[in-house]
Design a protein around this ligand. Structure first.
Ligand code: GDP
Length: 461
C-alpha cells in the first residue's frame, strides 16, 4: 500500500495563497515530467530538458488547446530534487483563479492534490533529510525574527542531527561491547568497561542537559518574551503600557480597578518579540468581574518571563505593594517607581531588599522609559543564555524525548555505580535511550506519529 501511495504524483501551489506577481506550482512523482509535457509548449521538448534549468514557454489546456499562461518551468530530475523524486515547478503568473485552473488541468492529467506536508514527508521517506531537518523547513518559514531563522537554518543543515548522531554512536559502541561480551561469556574476556561507560554517560548527560536547558531560549525565539506589568490599581500600568506600545491599548481611568482584563501588546526589542501584559491589580474585592480579572492576572504572572512591579511614588505605600513584591520573589523582577513626575510621597520602599535597583519612570514625561526597555533587553539576554551562536531546542517533541533520554541515562548511571546489575539490564536501558534519540531524528516505526508531524505543515511544503 505504502509503495503505491508514494508513487502517486502530487501537485500543490507552493507559493502563498492570494494574488501575487508570480505563483509557483509544484509537482512531484514519477509522472511529473510526462504530465508537464502534455500541458507545456516550447521549442524544447520537456523530455529533452536538462535538469535544474529553466525553460520559457506557454501552458495550454490539453483538451481544448486553449492558452492558459506564459510560464517558466524547471525539472529537477530524481534523485537530485527536494523530494528525491522527479520534481517539476511551474512558475506562472500568481492569480488565484489562474493557479487553481492550472492545478485543475494537472489533476485531470493524473496528478493528485498533495496533503499538508506531503512534499517534506516524501523528502524524509526518500532519505533526503531526517525528521529534524524536515521539521526545520516549517521553522524557517514560520521564523518571526533573525534569531529564530538562524536557529531553524542550523537545524536544517543538520546541527541537531549531528549532535544526536554523535551520542548514538557513543552509546552503540558500549552496546556492541556488551553484546559481544555475551558471545565470549565462557572465555572470561572483559570487553565492557563500566568505568569508561560511566564517564561517557556523564559527558552525554552534559550535552543532553545543555540541549534541554536551551529549550527555554528556543521558546523565546519562537514565542517571544512575556513581560507582565504588575501593581495595585491606579499605579499607572495602563498608562505605561500605552507608552510602551505607542498606542491606546488600555483604558485609563482614575477609579481603582479600571483595567479588568488582561491587555497585551507587543514590540520588538533586539529582534525578539516582547509581549507586555497589563494585569488587573491583585486585591480582595467583592466585584465578580474584577475577581475574574485578578484570577487571570495571577495566571499571567505565572506565565510571565519578566515582571515589572510598579510602585506609585506619588501615593503612600500600602500592604498590597509589599504583598505583590513577595509574589514576584521567584521571578525576574524589575521594580518601577511610577509617576516620577509627581512630588514623591516617600523616598525608598522599606520592604525592598538592599541590593534591589529601581527605575524611576513617568508615563507623562516618558522619563525612564528608554532605561526600562534597556533593562528588559538585559533580562532577555539573561533568559536566552547566549547570543544565538549555538543551536537551541525549539520543539516540544525534541524536548520531551531529550528529557526521557536524560532520565534513562541517570538510571543507567545508577545501575553501573551500584554494580552487580546483570549486563542484560544495561543493554535494555541503553536500547531505551537509543530509542528516544532515534525518535527525534525520525527512526520511528509508527506511521501515525509521522502523519501527525507532517499534518502540521501546510499544503505545498
Ligand atoms: P492602572 O490602574 O495601574 O492601570 O493605572 P492607570 O494607568 O489607569 O493610571 C491611573 C491614573 O494615574 C490615571 O489618572 C493616569 O492618568 C495617572 N497616571 C498614570 N501614569 C502617570 C504618570 O506617570 N504620571 C502622572 N502624573 N500620572 C499618571
Amino acid at each position: 500500500m505504502e509503495d503505491l501511495y508514494i508513487k502517486d504524483t502530487i501537485v500543490a501551489q507552493a507559493s502563498a495563497p492570494g494574488n501575487g506577481a508570480i505563483g509557483v506550482i509544484r509537482l512531484s512523482g514519477d509522472l511529473a515530467p510526462a504530465i508537464l509535457s502534455q500541458i507545456f509548449r516550447s521549442s524544447t521538448q520537456v523530455l529533452q530538458f536538462e535538469s535544474h534549468k529553466m525553460y520559457f514557454g506557454s501552458l495550454v489546456a490539453p483538451q481544448s488547446g486553449e492558452p492558459l499562461d506564459q510560464v517558466l518551468v524547471v525539472w529537477m530530475k530524481a534523485p537530485r530534487s527536494f523530494t528525491g523524486e522527479e520534481c517539476v515547478e511551474i512558475h506562472c503568473h500568481g492569480g488565484v483563479y489562474l493557479m487553481s485552473r492550472i492545478i485543475n488541468e494537472l489533476l485531470g492529467l493524473g496528478a493528485r492534490l498533495a496533503e499538508p506536508g506531503e512534499f517534506s514527508k516524501r523528502a524524509f521517506l526518500n532519505g533526503k533529510m531526517d525528521l529534524t531537518q524536515a521539521e526545520a523547513i516549517a521553522e524557517v518559514i514560520g521564523a518571526q525574527n533573525q534569531l529564530a531563522l538562524r536557529n531553524a537554518l542550523f537545524q536544517m543543515e543538520g546541527k541537531l542531527s549531528r549532535i544526536i548522531a554523535n551520542i548514538r554512536q557513543r552509546l552503540i559502541h558500549f552496546l556492541s561491547q556488551l553484546e559481544l561480551g555475551f558471545d565470549f561469556i565462557e572465555e572470561d574476556v572483559q570487553l565492557f568497561s563500566p568505568e569508561e561507560c560511566f564517564k561517557e554517560l556523564c559527558d552525554i548527560e552534559k550535552v543532553l542537559g545543555e540541549l534541554a536547558d536551551s529549550f527555554q531560549t528556543g521558546q523565546l525565539y519562537k514565542d517571544g518574551l512575556k513581560v507582565a506589568l504588575l501593581g495595585r490599581p491606579n499605579v499607572g500600568k495602563s498608562s505605561l503600557l500605552n507608552v510602551l506600545l505607542g498606542e491606546d491599548k488600555a483604558i485609563i481611568h482614575d477609579e481603582a480597578g479600571t483595567t479588568r482584563d488582561v491587555i497585551q501588546g507587543e514590540r520588538r526589542i533586539g529582534g525578539v518579540h516582547v509581549f507586555f501584559f497589563d494585569t488587573a491589580g491583585i486585591r480582595d474585592t467583592p466585584s465578580a468581574i474584577e475577581a475574574e480579572g485578578i484570577r487571570r492576572s495571577k495566571s499571567v504572572l505565572q506565565k510571565a518571563d519578566v515582571v515589572c512591579l510598579m510602585l506609585d511614588r506619588s501615593q503612600p505605600l500600602t500592604d498590597m505593594d509589599e504583598q505583590l513584591y513577595r509574589e514576584c520573589s521567584e521571578k525576574s523582577c524589575i521594580i518601577i517607581y511610577s509617576k516620577s513626575d509627581c512630588p514623591p510621597a516617600w523616598q525608598k520602599a522599606p520592604f525592598l531588599d538592599e541590593d534591589v535597583s529601581v527605575l524611576e519612570v513617568s508615563s507623562v514625561t516618558q522619563k525612564g522609559v528608554e532605561e526600562l526597555l534597556k533593562e528588559v533587553q538585559k533580562r532577555m539576554n539573561v533568559e536566552m543564555k547566549g547570543e544565538g551562536h549555538n543551536y537551541v531546542l525549539n520543539n516540544v517533541r525534541y524536548y520531551r524525548s531529550v528529557g526521557v533520554a536524560l532520565e534513562k541515562i541517570n538510571l543507567l548511571k545508577d545501575r553501573i555505580t551500584h554494580g552487580r546489575v546483570p549486563e542484560e539490564c544495561l543493554v535494555e536501558d541503553m536500547r531505551a535511550v537509543l530509542e528516544e534519540l532515534n525518535g527525534i531524528v525520525g527512526e520511528i516505526d509508527n506511521e501515525k506519529v509521522l502523519d501527525e508531524i507532517f499534518a502540521n505543515f501546510c499544503i505545498g511544503k
